[in-house]
Design a protein. Sequence first.
Length: 227
Amino acid sequence: MKRSAINAQIDWAISACERLHCALPDFAYWSPEKWEENKAATVYMRKVGMGWDVTDYNSGDFDKVGAVLFTLRNGEAEHPETGRVYCEKYIAMKAGQMLPCHFHYFKTEDIINRAGGTLRVYVWNSTPEFDGYQKDLKGDVHLMCDGRPVKIPAGGYVDVKVGNSITLTPYIYHAFAALPEDGDVIVGEVSRVNDDAADNHFNPPVELPPIEEDEPAKHRLCGGYQQ
């Protein structure tokens, strides 16, 4: 992605959060210069990846496949069972936008519709490692929605309305979509400590190229998708 597009999409996400009444912490509005001024006080924040991420997942069409993510809090991936053992994110999605199919090796997460339209979550089980972690196209997926057990056929979906959630455990493939007819969505994620470098398995694989620096950065990225 171009830096100009990243700047514009973070500005859009900030305005969407304000419009949909999802308050962001002060550091969401910091410039790169403000981060540098507070370098000594933000060592932990930078280490655990708090802040903005933007990606089109190398789709070349951000409005169709992409997301703006903001990590509000996180623990240390090297020590996931001590200190802060959880992560919280916002994911700002435009109406009609999708996140591609993936699972996590370690992370259990609650995906919560915080505000806006309808979040559609498609799910599949994964086959074992020796079979290459393929999508299981036959087996039912057993999961929880707000603490209630739910059985979904392979490739089926759950429509998560505002205020509701779905729990995704390791090795459950999932893909998100903000239904186009219902408007933008602010997705919440509450999970085990997040490690984007090692805990995401995309199907098909996703390679994230370097940013094309066509203008100065307005916002510091937290590192999950490279500065």
